[in-house]
Design a protein around this ligand. Sequence first.
Ligand code: IVH
Length: 675
Amino acid sequence: MSAPSDRAAWLREQIARHNDAYFVRDSPLIPDADYDELVRELRSLEREDPSLVVPTSPSQTVGAAPDTTFQPVAHRAPMLSLDNVFDEAELRAWADRVSRSLELDPETIAFCVEPKIDGLALSIHYDDGELAWAATRGDGRTGEDVTANVRTVATVPTSIGPLVGGLDVRGEVFFAKAAFTELNRLQRERAEREFANPRNAAAGSLRQKNPAITAERALSFLAYQVVDPANVLDVTSQGALLAKLGDLGYLVAADARVVIGVNAMVERSSWFHEHRHDLPFDVDGAVIKVDDFAQRAQLGTTSRAPRWAIARKFPPEERTTRLVSIEVSIGRTGRATPYAVLEPVVVAGSTVSLATLHNADQVALKDVRPGDLVIVRKAGDVIPEVVGAVPDPALERAEAWTFPELCPECGGPLVRLGDERDSYCVNPNCPAQLLQQVAHFASRGALDIEGLGEQRAAQLIEAGLVRDVADLFSLRVADLEALEGLGAVSAAALVGAIERAKAQPLSRVLVALGIRHVGPVAARALATWFRAYAELAEAPLVELEVIEGVGPVIAASVFQFVRSPEVIERMERLASAGVTLVEPSSDELDQTLRGRAVVVTGAVPGFTRESAEAAIVARGGTSPGTVSAKTYCVVVGDAPGASKLTKARALGVALVAAEEFESLLATGAWRATIA
Ligand code: IVH
C-alpha cells in the first residue's frame, strides 16, 4: 500500500489525464463510472486528511482548462458542477442535510426532479433578447466561444425578445439516441470515424472549427437554468422557470416533475432509473433541485457545486475490468459464440464475470486480447458485452485471438457457412448441443419441467440415459435413482414432472423444440392456427407465410424444420409417448380467471400487449388499463408504468412478476408476489 499522500498525488494525476481526454479531446479513455470512482477515492482521502487538499485538486475545480483553439469567454456567473450520490441512502442523507439547514420538515420541501442528460453544458448569453454569444463550461469561470456552432442548433432560439438587458440560459447540448444512430450511419457511409457514444458525438460536433459541420448534425439543446432568473424572468421556482423556458421556445425535459417531500422525490428519481431506456436521450442519472429559489439562496453553494442540488447517478452500465481469457460456447443449434472470461466487476448493479463477444468478426473488430483492460457494458436486460479495449501503451499485449477451428466440446469441425456471421459445430452428436437442447426443452417458457435444469440434464446425458429430448419420456424412477444427488423421492418427483409436461399445449411444445426464429409469439400464432402438430407438419409454405405474426423467415424455418428426418422421428416418438401436441381452443381453456381483473403493465416476455390481454380474456378474465381496489393482481413486465405500481401498492393489490404470467393463466394463482 502506498502512503495516502502518494496515492492522492497519483489519483490527481490520473483524474487530470482523464479530464483532459474527456473535456478537451472529447475522447474519454475509461467509462464515467471508473472516473467517478477515482474522484470518490481522492475525496475520501482528502476528508480523512485535509492536509492532502491542494488548490488544484479536481475536488476543488470544475472540468478542465479550456482548449486554446477556441476564444475564451468569461462566464457572467460561474458554471458550477453537481455533487453526486450513488444510491437511495446517500440521496436521503443529502435531503436530510437540506431539511436541517432549512429547518423544515423533509416532507414539506418541494423538489424539482429532472433527467440528468449525458451531454455537455452550455451557457447562451442574450442581449435584449438576441443571442449574443454561447460558451462551453470550460473550467467553470472561462469557457470556449462556440457561438457560430450554437447558432446552427435548431432547438436554440436566436431571439427571445422583447426582453431588456442580459440573460444567460444554461442547459445541455446532446444527441437524441435516434439522431446519434443516424449520425454514425452517415459516418460509416462516408468511411469516417464513428463516435463511441452520444456524449462524445455532441462534444465533437459542438467543438468544431467548421460550423457547417455542426449544422449538418442534429444536435439538441435542453434548457434547465437561467442566471438570476428572479430578476430577469420574474419566476421564483425551478418548476415555474422550466415552464417559462418552454414558453420562450426552449426544449425542456418533459418528464421533469416538482414533487413535495423527500419520499416522493426519491420515488421520482427512481422513475428515471426504471425508464432510462425508454427516454429519447441518454441519461446517466436524475438531478434533484430544491424548487424554491429563496430556499436555494439560504442553502448557498460551495466553490464547485450548489448545496441545493444533487445528481443521483444510476448504477453504471459500463465498467472496465481485466480480460482473463476468450472462450467459445456451443448453443443448442450448434452456434459457436465467443465470450470473455473477466475479472468480476459490478456493472448495472450485478456482478459480471462473463460477457458475450457475439461472433468472430466482433472480436476482430474490437481487437480485444487476453490480458487487456476492457470496457464491459450491461444496459437494461441485455446480456453483458465487451465494448472494446482501453489502450495502454505500457502493456505488452498478447497475440491477436483467433477463432478455434474445432468445437471445444466434441472436437468436431467448426464451420462458417457462406455469408453467415456465425460458426457452427455441425456434429449432430455434439454433447454440448444436446445439453442446451434438453435444458431449453425443460425450461420455464417451454415445457416447464421442474427439477430438470442444466446440471441435471448434463447428468442424464453423461449417464447415457438421454440422447434426444424424446428420451426424457421413457425415463423410469429406477434409472434416475442411480444418479448422484437423486434419491427415490426426487427421482419420482422428476418423473412426475416429466409426465405432467405431456399435457402442455402445442404452443409450448413448439417453443421447446427450439425451431430457429420461433419464439413464444410465433409459436402461439402457429399453434392457434393449426391446433394440431400433424396439421402444421403438412402445411404448404404459402399457408405458413400468411399467418399473422409468422412472416417469410419464420415460415421457411418451420417448413424446413418439420421435414427434417430427425425431427420426423422425434415427433413420432413424442406422440407415441403421449405428448398431446394439440392447442386447446379458448372454449376448452380452463376459466382460471373468471370474473377477475388482471392489469398488465410493461412488456411481458413472449407476449405482445394484445396477446397478453387476449390470453386473460380467453380464461374468463378482463384486462383493464387502470388499477383499482377491485383488481385481482397486476402483472409487472419490463419497464412497468410507475403510476400503476404506486397505485397497486397503495391499494394493497398483489404485484406478480411477468415470469409467473403463464402459471397465472394456467392456475389462476401465483407463487409469490413482488414488493
Ligand atoms: S443543473 C448549478 N440540471 O450535469 C447547477 N445539470 O454533473 C448546474 N446536467 O454540469 C447544473 N442534466 O452539464 C443540471 N437537469 C440538469 C442536468 C445537468 C445534465 C449536467 C450539467 C452539469 C453536470 C454535472
